[in-house]
Design a protein around this ligand. Structure first.
Ligand code: CLF
Ligand code: SF4
Length: 518
């Protein structure tokens, strides 16, 4: 392992790329015995005007920092099966290995199994910096299992940040314990502050040994959520609020929710689209309630953006997700595989990886500043969206045909900003192109002027062009934001020279709850 640490030393001649390091740590970290084996968050990058102690908490957290999500991974352990409320968008009985959405999980774990799994992942995936308990039920409806897991992990892997996501009903009762366990990041899902609206989202809650229904249930839930939020922020714990945008139910109301949570000190607001398919068997899915379109979601997020950071890179993960947001490596760490692993937890190698990422981040920030300078003389009012094929690291580094998702950037003369992502079916299946794949990808990217890729074949390039989307390979393996800005500058020049016409784009499908091939 000493050799590996030497390899990681930044500045060393011939230093390895991050991808090489990841692979090398993965092969050295643990072995299988017969098993098969307004600143820094939301949209912008860098520390900005965050206090240093806050920056320390968020800089390596893939959910609390948009920039960090290109480099750092989270994992969830499914130790909390029970829930104490019912949401009309949730059905935890549904499970599919290829499905990614909250509440979905392949295996439930005991705290001891979870602690071993965390060490196994930490040994193999140096970019994993955060352990979250996010279900499949509610972590605070299962407090013994949740806190026991945190206790075991903080004793053996103290560098891993602990994270908790709750519906908030029992939160006020556990705030002291959360603080005592150094859980710095808590997410509360708050979909309403008006119990009349809540009654359309929550049929019942179970509280103080009693079942409550209708408006009464939502009134209790809302009071407990807001009290828990106030108690956490008073203790300096960072709180992210997740809200599910449910068209026709709470979409307009979420602006009020945003104000309410902002005034109580929430750090970040994550407005997510409703995932609603009949096959999920949820009340909303079965009643045909649709999720929002890409433009509807963005318009609400934009309306809420102000002093408070908005999160736009949420992938609505499974309760057992492992990996960078947008990738799921949970299959590699099944109970059976973890039980057969010999785990070597190497804190020094993990620290070295993180130091290397710091250097990469500095390089990205410098390159972005340089590219922005080139835009300084432009006065155009044009604003476009550009899709990116990436597999992480903040670079344009994915082949079009291999992309499971595209990241979406909005760019104008003010610069480039991450505004979302689109999950898509793979264009290439087993080496063959899929006609359906092209159509669904075009629907998902319909609001984009261009897609920047590492590589693309002639057929998909032509299909995209016919749909008014330019496929561009010029920026292969370059930093994303600098590429987007450079593309935009080139686009403006071509418009000015009348080589092309600027065309306003239409709406797009989010396809958040889509099935994807793992
Ligand atoms: Fe997990 Fe949530 Fe912690 Fe992140 S997820 S408990 S804060 S470590 Fe992140 Fe996943 Fe979105 Fe959650 S992308 S669903 S916001
Ligand atoms: Fe499902 Fe979470 Fe709602 Fe419970 S709180 S019903 S687990 S979405």
């Amino acid at each position: 392992m000493q050799k590996l640490v030497q390899l990681l030393e930044f500045g060393a001649p011939g230093a390895k790329s991050l991808e090489e390091i990841r692979q090398q740590v993965a092969s050295a970290g643990c072995s299988s015995k017969g098993g098969s084996g307004k600143s820094s968050c939301g949209s912008a990058a860098g520390q900005g005007d965050l206090a240093p102690e806050v920056w320390e908490k968020v800089k390596n957290h893939p959910c609390y920092s948009e920039q960090a999500h290109h480099h750092f991974a989270r994992m969830h352990v499914a130790v909390a099966p029970a829930c104490n409320i019912q949401c009309n968008y949730c059905n935890r009985k549904y499970d599919c290995a290829n499905e990614s959405r909250p509440g979905v999980v392949s295996e439930k774990l005991t705290p001891e199994q979870a602690a071993k799994k965390v060490l196994a992942v930490a040994s193999s995936v140096p970019q994993m910096t955060v352990l979250g308990v996010a279900g499949p039920g509610d972590p605070l409806a299962n407090p013994q299992k949740t806190f026991k897991t945190f206790e075991l992990v903080s004793a053996t892997a103290p560098d891993i940040k602990l994270c908790l996501s709750t519906n908030g009903l029992m939160l006020p009762d556990h705030v002291d314990r959360i603080q005592a366990m150094n859980v710095d990041h808590v997410t509360i899902t708050i979909n309403m502050i008006d119990p009349e609206i809540g009654a359309k989202i929550y049929p019942w809650i179970f509280y103080n040994h009693r079942r409550y229904e209708g408006v009464e249930a939502s009134k209790i839930l809302s009071e407990r959520q807001l009290l828990g939020l106030e108690m956490l922020t008073a203790r300096g714990i960072l709180v992210k609020v997740n809200s599910v945008m449910i068209p026709g139910v709470n979409d307009k109301h979420l602006v009020e929710v945003n104000k309410a949570v902002k005034s109580r000190g929430a750090f970040l607001h994550n407005i997510m689209p409703l995932i609603s398919e009949p096959e999920h068997g949820t009340v909303y899915g079965l009643s045909g309630l649709r999720g929002p379109s890409a433009q509807e979601l963005k318009a609400l997020q934009d309306a809420c953006e102000g002093e408070m950071n908005m999160m736009r890179h949420c992938r609505q993960c499974r309760a057992d997700a492992v990996g960078l947001l947008g990738e799921d490596r949970s299959d590699e760490f099944s109970n059976e595989k973890v039980a057969a692993m010999e785990v070597t937890y190497d804190l020094e190698a993990r620290k070295a990886y993180q130091a290397k990422v710091e250097l990469e981040r500095e390089a990205i920030a410098k390159a972005k500043t340089a590219e922005l300078v080139k835009l300084a003389d432009e006065t155009s009012a044009i604003k476009i969206q550009v899709a990116i094929a990436t597999k992480g690291g903040g670079r344009v580094n994915e082949h079009f045909g291999h992309a499971h998702e595209f990241q979406i950037y909005e760019v104008s003369t003010a610069g480039a900003k991450f505004v979302g992502h689109r999950r898509v079916d793979l264009y290439c299946e087993g080496g063959y192109a899929s006609a359906d794949g092209a159509a669904t990808i075009i629907r998902a990217l319909n609001d984009c002027t261009a897609v920047l890729v590492a590589k693309i074949g002639i057929c998909p390039k032509d299909s995209l062009a016919a749909a008014g989307i330019e496929a561009v390979e010029t920026y292969a393996f370059e930093f994303i934001e600098t590429s987007v800005i450079a593309y935009f500058k080139d686009y403006l020049q071509r418009v000015e020279k009348k080589e092309i016409s600027h065309v306003a784009k239409g709406d797009a499908d989010i396809r958040q709850g889509a099935f994807t091939e793992a």
